[in-house]
Structure formats: C-alpha cells, structure tokens
Design a protein around this ligand. Sequence first.
Ligand SMILES: Nc1ncnc2c1ncn2[C@@H]1O[C@H](COP(=O)(O)OP(=O)(O)OP(=O)(O)O)[C@@H](O)[C@H]1O
Ligand SMILES: [Mg+2]
Ligand SMILES: [Mg+2]
Length: 705
Amino acid sequence: MNDDLFPSDETPARRQRRTTQSRTARSGTTQSGTIQAEATQPGTIQAGGAPAGMPGSGESYGAEQIEVLEGLEPVRRRPGMYIGGTDDTAYHHLASEILDNAMDEAVAGHASVIDVALEGARLLMVRDNGRGIPVDPHPKFRDRSALEVIFTTLHAGGKFSGKAYDTSGGLHGVGSSVVNALSDRLEVEVAREKRLWRQDYARGKPVTPLEEIGKAPNRRGTTIRFSPDPEIFGTLSFSPQRLYRLCCSKAALFRGVTIRWHVDPALIRAGDETPVEATIHFPNGLADSLNAELGETPALLAPAWAGEADLPQAADGRTGGRLEWAVAFLEHGASSMTSYCNTIPTPQGGTHEAGFRAALVKGFRAWGDQRSMKRAASVTADDILGALAVKLSVFIRDPHFQGQTKEKLTTQEASRLVEGALRDRLDHWLGGNPSQADNLLAFMIERAEERLRRKESKDTPRKSATRRLRLPGKLTDCTRENAADTELFLVEGDSAGGSARQARDRETQAVLPLRGKILNVASATADKLKANQELRDLIEAMGCGSGAQFDAERLRYGRIIIMTDADVDGAHIASLLMTFFYREMPDLIRRGHLYLAQPPLYRLTHGAKTVYAMDDEDRVRCLKRDFKPGAKVEISRFKGLGEMPVKDLKQTTMDPARRTLLRVITPPEERAVTSERVESLMGRKPELRFRFIQDHARTAELLDI
Ligand SMILES: Nc1ncnc2c1ncn2[C@@H]1O[C@H](COP(=O)(O)OP(=O)(O)OP(=O)(O)O)[C@@H](O)[C@H]1O
Ligand SMILES: [Mg+2]
Ligand SMILES: [Mg+2]
C-alpha cells in the first residue's frame, strides 16, 4: 500500500496531490509509514530550504527535512537553547560558565585563588589554581585528549557521577564547549604535574594540537582566555561593571576563595566606578555582601540574621550539602530575594526558595502561637516575606535546574531539606532572642494591618469625577487642549526648567520642573508617597490619578517625556521616575505614553559645522566620522540642560522634527521579571540604579518622533 501511494519516480507535485488524497482517505497509513517510505538518506545534513518546486509547502515535510546537526553546530545555530539568547545577558553568561567552572574547582577544595582579567573589550581571561583540566588521552576517543573532548563535545564533563566533584554548579557538561563554540578565539592553558599545556580554538574547532609548551614547576590550574564571536553577538562587548559585580557575588558565596580582579583601565567609561584592580574576599560570606548592599537602608535588625547549616546526609552516607543565609528585616517595602544553588544564581527562584519561605512563615506563625499574640493570625506570607532582604545559598548534590542558563532550581527535595534545616535554626534563634522576636512579629502585624486598611480605601468608590481641575503652580502648560498632540516634559530643577520653557513650542509642549531627587518610591510606603510634594504636583499636572485611581482617559497629555541631564545623576532621577510610573501608573507605560528624551552631552564645532554627541563614545565616533583628520574641532561639554543654549536644547532634544525619543516599554513576557528588577534594584545602591537605566535603554524602543 505504501508502494502504491509513493512510487519512487513520482514528481513532487504529483506526490503532493497524492499525499493530500491519502490524508483525506485516512486509509490506515501511519505517519511513520510515510516517513519511512520517503526516507532516502537518513541522517544527512540539509543545506536548508524546501526542495525546488514546492517552496515552503507543508506537504514537503518528510524525513529529508529532519536535520541532524553535528558537533558544536547546534550551539552556533541555536545559541538561545544554550545561553538563553544572543543579547547582553547571554554574552555575559559566557563569562559565568567559565567562572563557574573555576568556582566548582574551588568549592571542591582544589583551588583558592581565581584571577579574572578583562584584557580587551571582548577578551576575557579566567585563571584558577585548581587541579587543571585533564590532558591525557580520553579512554573513549583514544586520539583525543580529555581536554579536547571537553571543549569540542556537548555533554562531556566530570560532574555527572559526583566522583570528582561533590556539590558543583556544573552538571550538564556543556558549559565549556558552548563558550568555545560561540567564541571566535579561545585559548586554554593547563598547568598540571609540573608541565604546561596549551591548545587554541576558533569557533569550536581546534586550530592547534594540544601541545606541551614548557615546564610549570610551581604552578597548577587552568587558564582560559576567550573572545565571544561577533558573528553571533554583533557589536556587543563585556561590561566591566557587570563582570566585577559577578565576581563579587561569586566570592560572597564561598569564603574559601579569593578573586583577583583586573580590568584594562582604558575600558572604564567616564562615570563608571568599577575598580581597575581589586582583591575580592568575603570572610563572612553572604552576611558581608548583604550588609554592604543594604548600606544605609533602614532595617529593624542590624546586622542581618545570618548563619549556616549542614543539610542531612544522604542514605548512603555521602554529604548532604549545606545551606547559608543572610536575612534583613526592612522598615519599608523593597523586599528582595537573591538565591543561589552551588554558586549559580537562580533569579527565577525554585525549590530552595520555596523551602526558605515555608520555614520563615511557619516559624513566625508558630512564634505568634507560642506567645499568644492573637493579632498574628492576620499575618500572611506576603506580610512576612515582603519585608525581607534575603540572600540564600545552597550547596546540594546533583542539582536540577531549568535549562542551561540555570535560572530556576527544580530539585524537589531541596525544598524539604532547606525548610527543615532553616526552621530548626529559626526556632532556636527566636527562642534565644524573645524580645527581638516579638518586635519583628509586631512589625509584621503592623504590615498586615496596613494592608487591610489599604484594601478598604481601594474599595470605597471614586469621588474624583466631579473634582475641580487643579494645576500645580510650577507647571507651564501648553495652549492646545487636545491631549493626543501635546507633551509634558519633566525636567530636573528650576534652571533646566527655565531653558526648557524657552525652547519649547508653546502650543503643544508643557514643562514641569521637579526639584532635586524625587522620593525613592520603591522603598517608600503609600502614605509617604502621598505626602511627597513633587509627586503630588506631578500627578496633578498629569490629571489622570495614580494607583487604583488611575484613569487613562483623564490623562492631559499624549506623551510624558522625562528629560534629565546626560550624566549619572540625571540617569538616577530618570530611573526613579520610571520606577514611580511603573509602580503607580503601569498602564501609562503599557499604553506607550512614557518617553525618555535624549539630550546630547557634547557639541562639536568646526567652522560652520556643528555636530552633537550623546556620550564619550559617540564623541569619538563623531570626531572621526564628521570632521577631517587634524581639524581643530571645538568641543564643549554641556554641564546640564540648564547650561545648554536654548537653541541647542530645542534643536537636539525637544523639537519633534529633529529629536530622538526612547519609548519606555515593558515587554509582556518580561513583565514579571521587570517587577522583580525594579524592586531589587531601586531599593539599593545608586550604581545599581544607573545600570537599570542603561540596561533598559536596550529594551526601550528607539523611536524618531
Ligand atoms: N577550571 C577547571 N578546572 C578543572 N576542571 C575543569 C575546569 N573547567 C572545566 N573542567 C572540567 O571540564 C568538564 C566540563 O566542563 P563544562 O563546563 O563543559 O561542563 P560542566 O561544568 O560539567 O557542566 P555545565 O555544562 O553545567 O557547566 C567539567 O565537568 C570539569 O571536569
Ligand atoms: Mg561548567
Ligand atoms: Mg563540554
């Protein structure tokens, strides 16, 4: 019957008709029967594209369409599957993979020092003083060394059985080979048994054999130097700040390691405070890093509650792993939770976080019972967890993560193990510090009661419909009535306000100067927010209400444009404002009303020619592109919008015909993440806030309006 349906000399067009018939006839032909009959060259690699004569036709789908990618080809073809994409985060994930391997070596007790050096914008070196990747021939592929197998084969590694490592972050055996596949250059040097070995690769393929290049009498360990491939990542490069922060977080996770950081000073951009050199070591682990991060943030308990516990041994007597935590109880909002498993960050949480939460909630509830505090009954998990800044790190055997970027821990028993171990320690601690424990619980009860009050006020009907329109005195309004074609510029300070007023189009552009830094909304309570004059003016000027009262129909302008100075302070204010809108008027963003103006930082003039540059990098680019080499170009740096000549401000930043605006968006799939990011970044250090705006410039849509 198959023979009848698929005679071998049939033309594709005829076969197409026939197949259609057979589908309708449904004469018992199975799918696999079809595939078998058409399979002429199983396992060949297709150049891609549909066979001639039937472009894109669904009916051409047969065995010849099934490709088998070999070696590291799949990694280059579908990087997303291995590193989550080809964006900035994916780019830096390559660094994590290599650093994670060095950390695994340290956590296993074989390495104590890791050097991380950013030698070029896209050249990173990582060296550890561990055992060194094995260089002897691999028993299974006798003509290749274990090292070469590791770097050129997916799923090759020493962490599957737990014989060479106990609680490693590596588990898939793909990290090194993925980095190799996606690098246009990768060099490995291994010092092992007093000998020094080296092999070079390009795009996943060896370009030299593994060679002994000398003696290494006093050294051991692995050195890897690599450059992510521009064919895959375009013009991306490493961010010193991001790498430095990665090193700090790794060092905090394991007290037994020292990370020596170095970056070529030429790579540090103006305003970036990343050190050129640093020795990173946290003798008190997570507690050190949490306290450093919280800085001045008011907390009920300082220093944080921190500790360590061993997890129960497995039935076979092998180590069960361990748990480390640091918890701060914050006076207002801005809760955060950073978790790790085997030093791998798990931003999506997972079973270890679930165990942690359960232990805390149950522990405090039980304390309430024990102290007969009746009001404690209204306290929910959110009331407790919403006031915590948490760092949690677990080391377990054989962890299971979701995907190669390992953002979520899925090991089921982690939840029970963490809950058990932590609950024990929490009960002990509460019992040992009863007055402190009572204070904490009283604070949680207060949070619960505030939540109930908020809910009540939300349920009362809006009475604003007939409210008389009040406008703040500082607002310079535009004359046109129709909201859709008008814009409100939010500017920083009165002097910038003055320039903006002169540079604006009176008919369609309104200006509202905001004084100083607006309140950091992520860490303020609802009451404090309401009391803040700057924010009240802002809400009034916009006319649309905030929070539960927000009503897009009443918005008085079509575009709300944040226009701050092109420096770190400006970025900070812009990010505070974005946080405010994100928290209080998320619909404003969703509906595409929020924008960032893009004022330049430099003006370059030579003769009659004037060019504006956005930042230092842009200035260098413009100099090269727009002026003759050697020309005496006059460069002025604008100290702030207030000092920028009105004509320049109009031309570059405000005039709808010539400016560029960035629209602030929250992509739907990122919404959950964004909320977390806003919460965790806004509560803390200014540098973090700066990064938020830089990163978000990437997710913001570029629009010329
Ligand atoms: N710095 C290092 N020192 C010693 N051995 C290493 C080092 N880097 C890699 N290896 C060895 O190479 C193996 C493969 O590393 P790779 O990163 O590819 O996979 P993995 O770490 O086992 O798992 P994952 O894919 O989850 O990272 C490791 O299991 C380890 O045996
Ligand atoms: Mg690894
Ligand atoms: Mg591998």
